[in-house]
Write a protein that binds this ligand. Structure first.
Ligand code: SF4
Length: 378
């Protein structure tokens, strides 16, 4: 198959659903964590869960980069723009994530802070070139997919001698999060993982092999389309039935075992591991994020400006942390659809285009369940 529509074909989905139903043993439960927010959205958008037998369950993981950023880092960014008169550049989803005290980057912008939404790091460099008298800070977030462009921008700024550009680096690493989930003091029951797609195009499938071997968890690197997700689920069910735990690659049209080595080398040239980094829901995880190497310290916003670590708490009642660990689902949150909606988000999982609560809300699950419930009581 070559075209996107082919990965959404209804009749093939029905055939796959039949094969999954025939393959899944009725006497066991299959708990498959989809690591990536893109998979979560595919599952909700195309109703993939409804095509599964009742004993095959998708558990949503921490693979949404906006969702896992702790509130304190957003507070840092707001302080930075308000106290140092910088131009703060960021990707769109982040501006609506609640910060402390019911604040957000969007509210700070409405209050006069110079916060600009960008589509790429090249936009940020252009803003820096166009405003030589102002400091321009890029609020960099994301997993391994968005990290190489940040590294390129830093190298480019150095080559151009840009003195007013710096990066507030919040890039995080997928394998470290997977390890944290598996090592959690109160582990969530997970039988297998759907491995991330975009991230794996960069890092390859090799970094997951240690988890399959040491923790006995099958992993299938899965593409984003509904048939990808279903085919990957079938591959995981086969592995679980056969007692195997290997890394398999369903997304072979884009992912290799070693990934994009040029992108990896670029990242390694500019960025290095932090000793530890705070994740929303997962807490402090060792070696789970990146910072600028000393050779590029001049472009590190955390060194250029005073940015103390801020401990902040989430909105009371928001279950985002438990949802990101896979311990709860959006429907377990009492605020879902009452006080928390996409227009008035209380947590990051409702804001981000990859968040589980946004997916649950956007594709009508809440409304469907409410109408099913009312039919039952009629
Ligand atoms: S529904 Fe809103 S408040 Fe509840 S977990 Fe999701 S984002 Fe947080």
């Amino acid at each position: 198959m070559k075209y996107i529509d082919e990965f959404r074909q209804h009749d093939l989905a029905q055939q796959l659903a039949q094969r999954i139903a025939q393959t899944a043993h009725p006497d066991r439960h299959y708990r498959l964590m989809e690591f990536c927010g893109g998979h979560t959205h595919a599952i909700f958008r195309y109703g993939v869960q409804d095509l599964m037998p009742g004993n095959v369950e998708f558990i949503h993981g921490p693979g949404c980069p906006v969702c896992v950023l702790p509130t304190g880092r957003i507070d840092n960014a707001i302080q930075l723009v308000e106290q140092h008169d910088v131009i703060l550049c960021t990707y769109a989803d982040l501006v609506r994530v609640p910060a402390s005290g019911r604040n957000s980057l969007l509210k700070a912008k409405a209050g006069g802070a110079d916060i600009r939404m960008v589509y790429s790091t090249q936009d940020v460099l252009k803003i820096a070139r166009d405003n030589p008298e102002r400091q321009v800070v890029f609020f960099a977030i994301g997993f391994e997919t968005t990290t190489p462009p940040t590294a390129v921008a830093i190298k480019q700024a150095q080559a151009e001698g840009l003195k007013n550009f710096s990066v507030f680096c919040n890039h995080v690493l997928t394998p470290a999060a997977m390890q944290a989930i598996l090592d959690a003091p109160v582990p969530v029951a997970i039988d297998a993982f759907l491995g991330p797609s975009h991230v794996s195009t960069v890092i390859g499938s090799r970094p997951y092999e240690v988890f399959a071997a040491q923790y006995g968890k099958p992993i299938v690197i899965a593409g984003f389309e509904p048939l990808d997700v279903m085919q990957s689920a079938l591959m995981l069910i086969h592995q679980l039935n056969e007692g195997r735990h290997q890394v398999e690659n369903e997304y072979s049209r884009a992912v290799t075992r070693d990934g994009n080595q040029k992108a990896q080398a670029l990242t390694a040239e500019v960025l290095e591991l932090r000793p530890a980094f705070e994740w929303r829901g997962l807490g402090l995880i060792p070696h789970s994020a990146l910072k600028l190497k000393p050779a590029y310290a001049a472009f590190d916003a955390e060194q250029r400006f005073d940015m103390p670590a801020i401990q902040a708490s989430d909105v009371k009642g928001c279950e985002c942390p438990a949802i990101l660990r896979g311990a709860k689902k959006p429907q377990d949150c009492k605020l879902l659809g009452t006080v928390c909606t996409p227009e008035n988000p209380m947590g990051s999982c409702m804001v981000s285009s990859e968040g589980a609560c946004a997916a649950y809300w956007s594709y009508g699950r809440l409304r469907n369940e409410a109408s099913n419930q009312s039919r039952k009581t009629d």
